[in-house]
Every structure is written in structure tokens, then in C-alpha cells.
Design a protein around this ligand. Structure first.
Ligand SMILES: NC(=O)c1ccc[n+]([C@@H]2O[C@H](COP(=O)([O-])OP(=O)(O)OC[C@H]3O[C@@H](n4cnc5c(N)ncnc54)[C@H](O)[C@@H]3O)[C@@H](O)[C@H]2O)c1
Length: 200
């Protein structure tokens, strides 16, 4: 479980950076390792309703298993409609981006309520378009979250030491000689995968 402290600390950091006090609704866009760990941490922090998205059914099922209120395929459903319905038209307090897609920043800004926040964790290295008017008209705040500070790492370690079980997320275990295969599984999603463990 100790190997999961590092990505868990990323999730702690992304949530701790938010300054929104209300925890009525959180949207997590992308339910891979980082999105799912963010879900776990958000539940511990007391978010009441958490809507996750993912294009892969396996990851959506995993999100539901770990307490997501709803898990939405953004290619099939309008995530903004889903969130607005769930929150009686208000929108989410916070949206965290844990996947890359051309429209993902616009999805996040359209999901959150007035004066809500958007945190970007995903490393989206190409330029993508986004609709800045949404940010201005609703006075939104956007931040980036990069790895963690020592206190975030300690908080993640404490969670694991207090018995948080993340073994569900280790979907493949391989030995060192198969590291490249593990990376291929991850990057090409050839199998149902969240985290690949390399055993030394
Ligand atoms: N900021 C940091 O410190 C930090 C740390 C670790 C990872 N990251 C970044 O966070 C992102 C997620 O990392 P990960 O390890 O969870 O990757 P991952 O590949 O395990 O997860 C990404 C998930 O997004 C899903 N997805 C793809 N297109 C989507 C869409 N349009 N809408 C919703 N979901 C979609 C995929 O099916 C996958 O489950 C990556 O960009 C990674 O580089 C950032």
C-alpha cells in the first residue's frame, strides 16, 4: 500500500488547494488513478455528492464502487446537464480535471456554480481552446495542482497507515522484466487498468 502514498498525495494536494468552503458537490473529470484517488480523498474530506466522468466503463464502475454519486460517460451524456440536475440548477462547488480532452476545461467551467473553482491536475501539454467568458461571468477561480508539499505527502501516508485500503486500484502486478509491458497496458489501455504494480 505504501506505493500508493505518492499518487494519493497528488489527490490530497489538488483538494487542499481549493478555497471553496461548501462541500455539497464535487465533479472529477477523469477516473484513472488520480481521479479515483481524488474521489477517495474527497469522500474522507466530507464532499456530499461526487460526480465522476470517464470514457471507460471499467473506470466508471470503479468510481461507483468507491462511492461516486454518479459516474458519467462524457461521450454519451451531457455532464453539465447531469450536474445541474443533481444540484437543482446550482452547479458544483469544485471541478477537478484529471484527464486530457479538447473540451475538458469548458466542461469543468460549465459544471461549477457561480464563484466555484476549477483545479487542473492533468498534464495537458498541447494548447486547447477554452471559453474565458464563463470564468468572468461566473467569477470562477482556476488553479493548477502540481504534485504535493510535504504536509500533503504526510497526510496521504497517515491515511494509508490508518488502514485506507486501495488494493482495488492495483489492477495488474508484474515483475521488473515486464515493466515495458506494464507501461504499454497503461498508455494503450489494452486491459482494464488503473494502476500497474512492478514487484521488485
Ligand atoms: N499534477 C500532477 O502532479 C500530476 C500527477 C500525476 C498525474 N498527473 C496527470 O493527471 C492525469 C491523470 O493521470 P492518471 O495517472 O490518472 O492517468 P490515467 O490514464 O490513469 O487516467 C486518465 C483517465 O481519463 C479517462 N479519460 C480519457 N478521456 C476522457 C474524457 N474525455 N473525459 C473523462 N475521462 C477521460 C481515461 O479513460 C482514464 O481512465 C494525466 O494527465 C497525468 O499526467 C498529474
Amino acid at each position: 500500500m505504501g506505493t500508493m502514498i505518492e499518487p494519493l498525495a497528488v489527490a490530497v494536494r489538488a483538494l487542499r488547494k481549493s478555497t471553496v468552503k461548501e462541500k455539497d458537490c464535487l465533479v472529477i473529470l477523469g477516473s484513472g488513478t488520480i481521479g479515483l484517488l481524488t474521489l477517495v480523498v474527497a469522500r474522507q474530506m466530507g464532499y456530499k455528492q461526487i460526480v465522476c466522468t470517464d470514457t471507460a466503463e471499467f473506470n466508471r464502475d470503479m468510481a461507483l464502487k468507491h462511492g461516486a454519486t454518479l459516474a458519467v460517460n462524457p461521450l454519451e451524456s451531457d455532464i453539465v446537464d447531469v450536474v445541474k440536475k443533481l444540484t437543482n440548477g446550482r452547479g458544483a462547488d469544485l471541478a477537478l480535471i484529471a484527464a486530457g480532452a479538447n473540451n475538458i476545461v469548458d466542461q469543468a467551467t460549465a459544471c461549477v456554480r457561480k464563484r466555484g473553482e476549477i483545479g487542473i491536475i492533468a498534464m495537458i501539454t498541447e494548447k486547447i481552446p477554452f471559453y474565458s467568458y464563463q470564468i468572468v461571468i461566473n467569477e470562477l477561480t482556476m488553479y493548477g495542482a502540481m504534485t504535493y508539499e510535504t504536509k500533503d505527502f504526510k497526510e496521504a501516508a497517515d491515511m494509508i497507515n490508518n488502514g485506507l485500503d486501495l488494493s482495488d486500484f492495483i489492477t495488474q502486478t508484474m515483475d521488473l522484466e515486464h515493466t515495458q509491458e506494464g507501461l504499454d497496458v497503461l498508455s494503450q489501455k489494452k486491459e482494464h487498468v488503473v494502476k500497474v504494480m512492478i514487484e521488485l
